[in-house]
Design a binder for this molecule. Sequence first.
Ligand SMILES: [Zn+2]
Length: 189
Amino acid sequence: MSNIDDILSYNKQFVGSLEYEKYSTSKFPNKRMVIVTCMDTRLTELLPKAMNLKNGDAKIIKNAGAIVTQPFGNIMRSILVAIYELQADEVFVIGHHNCGMTGLNPEAVIHHMEDRGISTETITTLKHSGLNLMRWLTGFDNVRDSVLNSVSIIRNHPLLPADILVHGLIIDPDTGQLELVDGAAGRQA
Ligand SMILES: [Zn+2]
């Protein structure tokens, strides 16, 4: 059921036969890019290929939905680290069609949690804690609006240097086609 044994045995052979050599690069992104995108499995290889990105070209931050919700949450912190410490100077937020976060229903997620053994008491406690559980488990209605909102949070961040370009795009998870929904060209000095 678990993949761990297969992975560890494959890994021995991968390292032993020096297969890593072709991926050799530094920690600095060669194309000075940082990408925020979705964890969707269809994008694992497709997104870099569709953007002509090789190992070492871009910092890629992933979460469910390619969403930046908190100006001081950990996605934004990663973006700032990429910029200040790792030489990135261009940010790409890339949502995708047919995303699992489209229309994510918090009530349904909570039902699934209860089905898997999380107690109603725990759910109730969390609903009444400082954490807004319902909001936390809500996705978005429309990927375009979500990308525009994330781009806006990044662009308006008080700690973002003025010369950083921030773009919003949507990728087709089947063909890899990119649609630019908010380009930063107009912001270039
Ligand atoms: Zn997605």
